[in-house]
Design a protein around this ligand. Structure first.
Ligand code: MN
Ligand code: MN
Length: 481
């Protein structure tokens, strides 16, 4: 007794009729990647039309607060009602919650019990930028500046000598909150960070790219005209405060309780003679957020409850009360589950999440850092990523073959053109998304999103067909059985 033996599995029998012989038949065995335009030419017109709404979203939403506010308007317009904890929820009901003005959670209640899980799509609406320091205002040698502290992964040299705007909110000493928005209107002033002229840049030019512009020199030029009283000190600072006081009722101390973001000026623009691309600030990750929103609006009677989330703080590790590590997520989801007497943990165990975030598009000008066969290409459709992370998959949630297989089949069955992508060569670097934080919650998760050229630059480039396929991907996820 005590002997443990494996029972042999039934022998695999190869079916004779599936053996291929001709070259043409054999070629069918290979994985091929084709542009969306080659596979579905009529998608071009649909993508162009879809992207007009996306460009309007980009222009209205240069910060997470603005993206949340604009999304709330779109949600209301589409019939979504503010979520009230404990409210009765029936199939077809549409609810939303804005967490601290920075994070959007919206749900279309499905026909099935929440015990069978949700279909989640999660994008983020924060983008790399320059934040003002708490005490930002200073003057030096006749010029007034704001000191900045960069947010997220930026290449500092890209942020000098481009026009900038100030967007944000200040909570004044009386507790009132004022929205700050300077630089976006035609007759507004704008701002700039200056750089050295080439004539005197000999030493600077020898420095490595990442060291040539140190953080301490990312100071935003605000003005250079002193107030009239020649005997007064701080005359240039006072010139700035005079403007802020007139327009917003602010004192310098009010800047301490302000969140003012320095963002690139200008609007989203079509790029190329064929207008196949859009350049804009903040594609990462408002491109997936917009696709999600359009996807949940257009999803036809979702079987499982469809949940669309726009998170904040992804660019700095998903921390904070409005990031995906926050219990605000459990609070919203738990409340929805309670209305049906369902345990949140049971719901999570049966849920599926698409971590909707952009990925690096292959750039022929920098071919060295990519593994071409494992890269995403602009105009080839939505990019699925089995894993992100860096080095030996450090920090990746690494979706299983079963999850990748399920999504791949779902996309193929629903005419969504997709490609599989890693970010680049293993030793070149890496990055992360919210995927691992969803997987930690016992939710099967896969990364998917739009390939981006010059990701994290003040102006990023995406292809319209990829935006459109990402929308179709989101819609399909929400509609799946
Ligand atoms: Mn991102
Ligand atoms: Mn990013």
């Amino acid at each position: 007794g005590g002997q443990l033996r494996l029972i042999p599995l039934p022998e695999f029998v190869r079916r004779k009729d599936t053996i291929m012989k001709t070259t043409q038949e054999l070629k069918e065995l290979l994985y091929k990647n084709k542009t969306v335009a080659d596979q579905q030419p009529d998608a071009i017109a649909e993508a162009n039309a879809f992207c007009e709404g996306y460009k309007a979203f980009l222009n209205a939403a240069k910060t997470e607060r603005e993206a949340a506010a604009y999304s709330e308007q779109l949600l209301k317009q589409a019939g979504y009602k503010p979520f009230v904890p404990g409210m009765a929820l029936n199939a077809g009901d549409k609810v939303y919650l804005i967490n601290r003005s920075k994070c959007v959670l919206a749900a279309t209640i499905g026909e099935r019990s929440m015990a069978e899980g949700f279909h989640l799509n999660i994008a983020h609406i924060d983008s790399p930028r320059l934040d003002l320091r708490p005490v930002p205002l200073f003057e030096k040698d006749g010029l007034a500046y704001f000191r900045t502290h960069y947010y997220g992964g930026i290449r500092k040299y890209q942020w000098v000598t481009i026009p900038l705007e100030l967007h944000g909110v200040a909570v004044l000493r009386d507790g009132k909150s004022v929205a700050i928005h300077i630089g976006g209107e035609e007759d507004d002033p704008q701002f700039i960070i200056n750089d050295l002229l080439p004539h005197l840049g000999r030493e600077q030019g020898k420095k490595p790219l990442n060291e040539a512009i140190p953080s301490e020199s990312l100071n935003v030029l605000l003005g250079g005209r002193p107030i009239a009283d020649e005997d007064c000190s701080d005359r240039f600072k006072l010139g700035v405060m005079q403007y802020l006081n007139e327009k917003y009722g602010m004192t310098e101390e009010d800047l301490i309780s302000a969140e003012i973001e320095v963002v690139p000026a200008g609007k989203a623009r079509d790029i190329g003679f064929d207008r196949s691309f859009i350049a804009s600030y903040g594609h990462d990750d408002r491109v997936c957020a917009y696709a999600e929103l359009a996807g949940i609006f257009d999803a036809v009677s979702p079987k499982k409850t469809a949940v669309c989330i726009f998170a904040d703080k992804e660019e700095i590790g998903s921390e904070g009360v409005s990031g995906m590590l926050s219990q605000a997520f459990e609070w919203f989801m738990g409340d929805m589950c309670r209305t049906q007497g369902v345990a949140l943990t049971d719901c999570f165990a049966n849920s599926f999440c698409l971590s909707a975030d952009v990925t690096a598009a292959y750039d022929p000008n920098f071919a060295d850092v990519y593994d071409k066969r494992n890269s995403s290409f602009v105009n080839y459709g939505v990019a699925l990523c089995k894993y992100t992370g860096s080095g030996g998959k450090g920090g990746a949630s690494d979706a299983s073959a079963e999850v990748v297989g399920k999504v791949r089949k779902l996309m193929n069955d629903n005419g969504v053109f997709w490609q599989m992508a890693e970010m680049g060569k293993t030793d070149a670097g890496g990055g992360g998304t919210v995927a691992k934080f969803m997987a930690q919650r016992n939710i099967d998760t896969l990364d998917a999103g739009v390939p981006v050229l010059s990701m994290h630059a003040p102006y990023e480039t995406v292809a319209k067909l990829d935006c459109y396929m990402t929308y179709k991907c989101m819609k399909t996820i929400f509609e799946q059985a």
